[in-house]
Design a protein around this ligand. Structure first.
Ligand code: NDP
Length: 246
């Protein structure tokens, strides 16, 4: 029997890249999967079709993670459709980049809204529909702990916030038999981080493996943390980065 048979997952930002890979992997492991997106409705529907082709239920929900009402509503709609939520994957993200002096107030607010506030709110809402064996998994970054390049200060700050969040949360949800963890991807080829650029080559050389990752690498780690073998792992971060942080 697949290890997540009968489980219900919600993946934020599941229309493309790492989130789409996670949504598909969780479906392969047996879960029904709801996913959110902000603008790529077609891509979100393609992921839903792939989930359904695996014999699982899929649901695409338009919800801008920067909008607190939309975040909570998307969780409620997923729980309403599937009856509960067993696995929440906080994945939706953006990549603000540039000299610190050029970062605008709007960029700061939007980044923190998507990477931090939405994670808190979606978790709060999901916990109302989650029981024993539940999993909260947030997608951080190899730049949450170590930041070897300039011009990503806002991004790194927003991702490191997940560490305090997850450590605190681990205590809050342990009595309910729920775990909270982070997966920190290294440079992974997606629309956010395309291969074939000078930056991609620099990132490749910073890994021990001299290799960029794929969404499936992160998805495998998420599937492990979502499964029964990870029931005693909580409040921690798992680097999936080809040795980037080593
Ligand atoms: P992509 O840009 O390829 O995909 C981003 C996903 O997030 C899309 O599904 C997008 O939806 C969704 N999204 C973006 N903004 C919002 C929003 N405001 N509300 C709801 N959904 C939103 O990114 P990646 O797959 O590369 O990144 C996924 C996560 O992994 C992010 O948190 C990122 O920070 C993290 N990460 C990525 C790394 C990399 O090298 N790629 C490395 C380390 C961490 P839509 O399709 O509708 O735009």
């Amino acid at each position: 029997m697949p290890q997540l048979d009968g489980k219900v997952a919600l993946v934020t930002g599941g229309s493309r890249g790492i989130g789409a890979a996670i949504a598909l992997r969780l479906a392969q492991e047996g879960a029904d999967v709801a996913l959110t997106y902000v603008s790529a409705a077609d891509k979100a529907q393609e992921v839903v079709k792939s989930i359904e082709a695996l014999g699982r239920k899929g649901l695409a929900l338009q919800a801008d993670s920067a909008d607190p009402t939309a975040v909570v509503e998307s969780v409620e709609r997923a729980a309403g459709e599937f009856g509960r939520i067993d696995i929440l994957v906080n994945n939706a993200g953006i990549f603000p980049y540039g000299p610190i002096g050029d970062v605008t107030l709007e960029e700061i607010d939007r980044t923190l809204a998507i990477h931090v506030r939405a994670v808190f709110l979606s978790t709060q809402a999901a916990l109302r529909h989650m029981g024993e064996g539940g999993r909260i998994i947030s997608i951080g970054s190899c730049w949450a702990n170590r930041v070897p390049v300039p011009d990503v200060t806002l991004y790194a700050m927003s991702k490191s916030a997940l560490i305090g969040f997850t450590k605190g949360l681990a205590h809050d949800v342990a009595p309910q038999g729920i775990t909270a963890n982070i997966v920190d991807p290294g440079p992974t080829v997606t629309d956010m981080n395309p291969d074939g650029t000078e930056e991609a080559e620099e990132e490749r050389q910073r890994t021990a493996a001299k290799k960029l990752g794929a969404g499936a690498d992160t998805a495998g780690a998420v599937a492990f943390l979502a499964g029964p073998d990870a029931q005693w792992i909580t409040g921690t971060s798992l680097a999936v980065d080809g040795g980037y942080a080593a």
